[in-house]
Design a protein around this ligand. Structure first.
Ligand SMILES: Cc1cc2nc3c(=O)[nH]c(=O)nc-3n(C[C@H](O)[C@H](O)[C@H](O)COP(=O)(O)OP(=O)(O)OC[C@H]3O[C@@H](n4cnc5c(N)ncnc54)[C@H](O)[C@@H]3O)c2cc1C
Length: 937
């Protein structure tokens, strides 16, 4: 597209949609354009749409200017179907609607709902959606349906195609059809009679051709996502049904799914899991055949290489390491709606396995933690290849299906093929009950020779799967660009022709996602390969899967962790090539560095454990000049005095507020902030007053415990006018004493800090020095580590736990309250609905449940809004970059029930933003325990 055409396109979008949602700058187009595949196309424009009218408006622009467009949900696709070099239409916040039907038998979902979220909504009803891709906690319903994604348990019976109950769809010509609204269907039958007649005729043609119809039925006994879902033509006769079912697996090439209604499936809570080891792969596959007719929920095959990749992980039996070269394992799960049904299903599975030789006795466990550990082992296979690969290489995950009765033979053939092409690090695993195998291997696309090796290998894979086994070239991940050149090989000329006719009927101008599913270029799978150049050792293992995005508070405002890494890779590549990076770097400073909360939640979702905030903190440090570094060091070594200064400032602000009132104060401080060019933090009525705390004298006869009030808690008291006047250290000290403890305080407390504020600013050395100083003080106070140490602020507790690695006994405040305090007090829960906000460090410590439990013990009702993760305050970003805090908490207010008037957390600074964006007070959880507890009698 020429520059002029791009400008015209952007201008037309800006006329039709809110301008801020039309993105045309180079860095964001690159970053937003990336998906989880190994293909790279950079869109000319990225357009964020929030509603159906906006989709219609965007489509109209594309139709008028002849600009192809690609829909984007979560961008976790692996086959290159979610990228575009034209227009990328990204789902914004407006697509998260969900409505559960009668008896939770159905659920109507908008395409922006994350699959895992739909399941959390259904969980209280003992139901879930059928499709279960491993990416379900990142992937969105639009992408799940448009890829016909499936996973370990859903098989061919519970995928989107088979659980579809209704759909609302927007076609390329701007028509909207809602199959659940009779009026819409009737109108559509009139307005689109030609399209419907075309579909009906295709269906009749196929059903009249017995050989073709049988071939289609055969292909869908397996999982199959190669090409369009031709089974829609054999399974249905009403063209409305055909249309809706063709949309499943159409990868955004036939229309836009505006909402989908699924029939839900049972989510059985009673489960038993076993990792069954076999000396021979063939025996493992015989076990699969034996298990298939029994009610097992999943049987995951792992070949020897897959087992080797995880054999050092916790939870893997020691016997695995000693297994021979042809060994294999099955991870088998059995489920039941109650204990009795589970026992029956387990009995059936064990009977099927009887007589099949295993390398160790079969041992099912029903212990939830052990089951989870076994699944973690299975799910660790793919990341293990991802994290072991050489920098600069990508990781390929292929996805084929074989007739299950020939699984052993096919797996051996695949192993041989991989070896013969030199892929010695490859592993094979998959959903054995469906004959669906994934093989994963590192691949270098940096040289023509390597690309050719991949090309030769893929040709042979295609021949093997299609000609030797009549299998499916894509079972779950969609055809995309990766398998488009092979659709004809799998389906033959007749099948391909049918698909072309389908595309022509839906989208005669081929405007929607061209090049995906159908592609005339026989080399399309080798074009536009994504470079993954070395960028920084902290992030080089990133496979750009996008699992991190859902955790990130700046997602949708600026960048996500994946987008930060994609951007930095490109900047690093260009720098090395001697190209100009000034423009990209300028955008990177704000989009990547300034708006990163550094919360680390991305690492909790990353399959290879990357914490992108660590890279950003290093880059922040590099950006700081010598002067800033020096100031940081000076602040650190005069911490007591600086804290006094902060308190003085807060006192002055509070006095002024009292004197001139809220409105005048807002205007006054707003003016000063403007004059300072945004350098002076914004004032709000929720700005804390200064805290004053002098540790009281020790009470005799009580049990000693060390209490370390954080510097934030020592400096910042409640906001002026808060109904609770006491500051956090005062309340914590009181609660500890009430529970019979004698809090001990470290010496020279006013100068102590864990170093977190310095780390956030990129002053990593200074942060380390403050932490070491605190460690020494806590060691002394805790009698060399004998006593437990209570931290009242979770980010500090988390940081010190991490750095101390068990050298001292640090307790987060939620742990201290649950383990030490609550058991010793009489609790009278307050009659209120309270909100809890587990800050990032609580989540990373795995203490969100503990925080909720403490709140639940002390209040009548506890709520925790689903869509609120990291609050984005990030130490001081609520003051320096308030838009990050506002964005991260944009859904907080609406997610709280009307009767919820107070919220609890465990970080004073986060609580400022939480209060500001919710309209209710947020305080430390200690305040709630203080209000609800009495001395035990
Ligand atoms: C580590 C990893 C593991 C994975 N495991 C599995 C697995 O077990 N099983 C599996 O099936 N897949 C798996 N995938 C692939 C991928 O996650 C799934 O296919 C997922 O369903 C894609 O959803 P998404 O929201 O990311 O969609 P996207 O990638 O954004 O889009 C997918 C396709 O849908 C189209 N689309 C998006 N929204 C709409 C809409 N509203 N209307 C019409 N078309 C739309 C897009 O144009 C694109 O063609 C995995 C991916 C990764 C990275």
């Amino acid at each position: 597209m020429s520059a002029a055409a791009t400008d015209t396109l952007a201008a037309a979008f800006r006329d039709a949609l809110p301008g801020a949602r039309v993105i045309t700058d180079a860095l964001r187009r690159l970053a937003y354009g990336t998906d989880a595949s190994f293909y790279r196309l950079v869109p000319q424009a990225v357009v964020v749409v929030d509603s159906e009218p906006e989709v219609l408006a965007a489509l109209a622009v594309c139709r008028k200017l002849g600009a192809p467009l690609t829909f984007r949900a979560a961008g976790t696709s692996l086959s290159g179907q979610a990228i575009s070099d034209s227009v990328l239409l990204v789902l914004g916040d407006g697509w998260r609607g969900a409505a559960i039907g009668p008896d939770a038998g159905t659920i109507r979902l908008q395409p922006g709902v994350i699959g895992g979220h739909a399941n959390r909504l259904l969980a209280p009803h003992g139901r879930k959606i059928g499709p279960d891709p491993a990416s379900i906690d990142a992937a969105k319903v639009g992408g799940i349906a448009a890829n016909n994604a499936s996973g370990m348990c859903c098989g061919t019976r519970e995928n989107s195609y088979h659980t579809l109950a209704g759909m609302r769809v927007v076609l390329a010509d701007g028509a909207v059809l809602d199959t659940e609204e009779p009026a819409s269907v009737a109108a559509f039958r009139q307005s689109h009679a030609e399209l419907l007649l075309g579909l009906a005729m295709l269906s009749r043609r196929v059903r009249d051709n017995a050989q073709l119809a049988e071939r289609i039925r055969h292909k869908y006994r397996m999982k199959n996502t190669t090409g369009y879902g031709l089974n829609a033509l054999t399974d249905f006769t009403d063209p409305i049904d055909i249309l809706a079912h063709l949309m499943i697996g159409s990868e955004g090439t036939l229309g836009f799914i505006s909402s989908i209604t699924y029939r839900t499936v049972p989510d059985h809570a009673h489960r038993a899991t076993a990792l069954i080891l076999f000396d021979r792969l063939r025996t493992a596959c015989e076990a699969v055949t034996a298990l298939r007719p029994t009610p097992v929920a999943a049987a995951e095959l792992m070949d020897r290489a897959a087992l080797a990749s995880v054999q050092d992980q916790p939870g893997v039996p020691a016997t695995v390491a000693a297994l021979g070269d042809d060994a294999a394992a099955l991870l088998v799960e059995v489920r039941g709606e109650d204990e009795a049904q589970l026992a029956r299903h387990l009995g059936a599975a064990l009977a099927a396995l009887a007589g099949i030789p295993t390398a160790a006795p079969v041992a099912f466990t029903t212990d939830a933690a052990q089951c989870a550990a076994l699944w973690k082992v299975r799910k660790g296979t793919f990341p293990s290849v991802g994290s072991r690969r050489a920098t600069g290489t990508t990781v390929i995950i292929e996805d084929v299906a074989f007739p299950v009765e020939r699984l052993a033979e096919a797996t051996h053939d695949l192993q041989r093929l991989l070896r013969s092409h030199g892929y010695h690090d490859a592993i094979i695993f998959g959903h054995a009950l469906e004959g669906n195998l994934h093989f994963t291997f590192p691949q270098d696309f940096g040289t023509a020779a390597e690309v050719q090796r991949y090309a030769r290998f893929m040709d042979e894979v295609a021949q093997l799967v299609v000609h030797r086994y009549d299998g499916a070239l894509k079972a779950e991940h969609g055809t995309g660009r990766n398998m488009a050149p092979f659709v004809e090989l799998e389906w033959g000329a007749e099948g391909l022709a049918l698909m072309r006719e389908i595309k022509q009927l839906f989208d005669p101008s081929w405007l929607l996602n061209p090049g995906v599913i159908l592609n005339d270029d026989a080399q399309a799978h080798l074009q536009n390969l994504k470079p993954l150049p070395a960028a920084h050792e902290l992030v080089d293992k990133c496979i750009e899967c996008g699992f991190c995005e859902v955790q990130c508070p700046s997602a949708g405002l600026t960048f996500t962790p994946r987008q930060r890494i994609t951007s930095w890779r490109e900047i690093a590549r260009r720098s090395r090539a001697g190209e100009d990076t000034a423009e990209l770097r300028a955008s990177y400073d704000y989009d990547a560095i300034d708006t990163c909360a550094g919360c680390g939640l991305c690492a909790t979702a990353c399959p290879v454990g990357i914490e992108t905030g660590r890279l950003i903190k290093v880059q922040r440090g590099e950006k700081l000049g010598a002067l800033a570094q020096g100031i940081g060091r000076a602040v650190a070594s005069n911490y007591g005095a600086v804290s006094l200064g902060v308190r003085a400032g807060l006192t002055a602000a509070s006095l002024l507020h009292a004197g001139i009132g809220t409105r005048a104060m807002g205007a006054f401080t707003g003016g000063i902030r403007k004059l300072s060019g945004g350098r002076i933090p914004p004032w709000t009525p929720l700005t804390p007053s200064a805290a004053r705390f002098k540790p009281p004298k020790l009470s005799h006869g009580s049990e000693p415990v060390v209490y370390f009030p954080s510097c934030a808690a020592r400096s910042m008291g409640p906001a002026r006018g808060d109904a609770v006047a006491d500051n956090l250290p005062t309340v914590t000290d009181r609660v500890l004493r009430r529970a019979g403890f004698a809090p001990l305080y470290p010496e020279r407390m006013s100068s102590l800090c864990c170093g977190q504020p310095f780390e956030s600013k990129g002053l990593l050395d200074t942060a380390g020095e403050k932490a070491a100083e605190l460690e020494a003080a806590l060691r002394a106070a805790s009698d060399g580590g004998r006593l437990q140490i209570v931290f009242d602020t979770s980010p500090c507790a988390y940081r010190m736990k991490r750095l101390l690695e068990g050298r001292l006994q640090v307790l987060d405040i939620s742990e201290a309250l649950q383990e030490l305090v609550l058991p010793r007090l009489r609790i009278e829960p307050i009659a209120a609905t309270v909100a809890v906000h587990p800050v990032c460090s609580v989540r990373k410590q795995g203490l969100d449940g503990t925080l909720r439990a403490v709140a639940a013990a002390c209040a009548a009702e506890v709520v925790q809004p689903e869509h609120v993760g990291c609050c984005g305050w990030a130490g001081d970003k609520g003051w320096t970059t308030p838009e990050l805090n506002a964005h991260a908490l944009r859904e907080l207010r609406a997610s709280l029930p009307a009767d919820c008037t107070e919220g609890y957390s465990s970080s004073r600074t986060c609580e400022i933003g939480l209060a500001q964006h919710s309209g209710i007070t947020y305080r430390s959880i200690v305040h709630l325990v203080d209000a609800a507890s009495r001395e035990a009698t």
